[in-house]
Design a protein around this ligand. Structure first.
Ligand code: ADP
Length: 303
């Protein structure tokens, strides 16, 4: 049962990854023109994991985020977030999902906040829509702003804060209703490197301390190089993933080991990176062989 009529999520939320996308397709139609923004995308994000999503312009990143945010719907495929089936949301279910399950932070700091409300009022607003009393809202807003290091900005309007402070307040707004998934679209795009590091640190803290699943779409290597998993999207599909392990280098810094993986879809399709194809002149047909612990692949007609 989808949560279209019920108050509870459709699946036993604790047993599943927080985000599951299977063969997700999103087609935009304008008259006779059809654009396939997502073409069978698979993605799974564990509860409490923080991942970065990267990819060239037009790859489908924003479309994916809009679908996860509940502001767009897949044309086909399966999308489950925290047990909610996003392909089967009723209008009321969509409102509940967007208010209570996901929080969103956007790139443009100015678009995240209501210009004529103070930081505290901005943070209190989502809870007000959820029916929480004014006193509780005030206390919670103050706590969240303090926690994100912008308690001193509580009475300031957005234009009275720096870009970094505005993004911290935006993060507080996104967290106000206690979401289980936080979606951030280029959250450091308008910030200098130092401030970007601070926002990234704040995202990581909420992910670790509150067990919130965080999906960050980014072009910023500061962000993508510092998470344990970066998923690359190309032509509307997940094409590769980089997994990183961070360890103490013994000199106060950290040592990073990064390993790139190709992503295999449910039908067994793997995208071979262009540089590999070019280096070995792999074209239409390749030869495969199953070995004891790996698969070998040769150009057509030679060993
Ligand atoms: P990215 O965020 O990776 O730049 P998008 O998700 O914005 O990619 O877009 C993916 C593809 O879908 C692009 O070809 C884009 O032009 C197209 N697209 C996105 N939104 C719409 C829309 N509302 N109508 C038509 N085409 C769209």
């Amino acid at each position: 049962m989808p949560p279209s009529t019920a108050a509870a999520p459709a699946l036993a939320a604790t047993e599943k990854p927080a985000v599951v996308c299977e063969s997700v397709v999103r087609i935009h139609r304008h008259g006779s023109i059809e654009v396939q923004a997502l073409q069978g995308l698979d993605l799974s994000v564990e509860r409490g994991e923080m991942i970065a999503v990267v990819g060239p312009s037009g790859a489908g990143k924003s479309t994916l985020l809009s679908i996860l945010a509940g502001s767009d719907a897949p044309s086909a495929g399966r999308v489950h977030v925290d047990g909610w089936d996003l392909g089967a949301l009723s209008t009321a279910g969509r409102v509940r999902y967007r208010r209570g399950v996901v929080g969103v932070v956007r790139q443009q700091t100015s678009r995240n906040l209501v210009a004529h409300l103070t930081a505290e009022e901005n943070v209190a607003m989502p809870a007000a829509l959820g029916g929480t009393s004014r006193k509780v809202r005030r206390t919670r807003s103050a706590e969240l702003l303090d926690r994100l290091g912008v308690g001193d900005c509580a009475r300031r309007l957005p234009h009275e804060m720096s870009g970094g402070q505005q993004q911290r307040v935006a993060l507080a707004v996104a967290l106000a209703n206690g979401p289980s998934v936080l979606l951030a679209d280029e959250p450091t795009g308008e910030l200098d490197t130092t401030t970007a590091h601070e926002i990234l640190g704040a995202l990581r803290t909420v992910s670790r301390e509150d067990g919130i699943t965080v999906v960050v779409v980014t072009h910023d290597a500061t962000v993508s190089d510092s998470v344990e998993r970066t998923v690359a999207i190309r032509d509307g599909r997940t094409s590769s993933e980089v997994l990183r392990t961070f360890s103490d280098d013994g000199a106060g810094g950290s040592h990073v080991v990064a390993q790139e993986y190709a992503v295999m879809d449910r039908a067994g399709r793997v995208q071979i990176p262009r540089e590999y194809r070019e280096a070995l002149e792999l074209t239409r047909r390749v030869r495969l062989a199953l070995e004891a612990d790996h698969v070998s692949l040769w150009p057509d007609g030679e060993r």
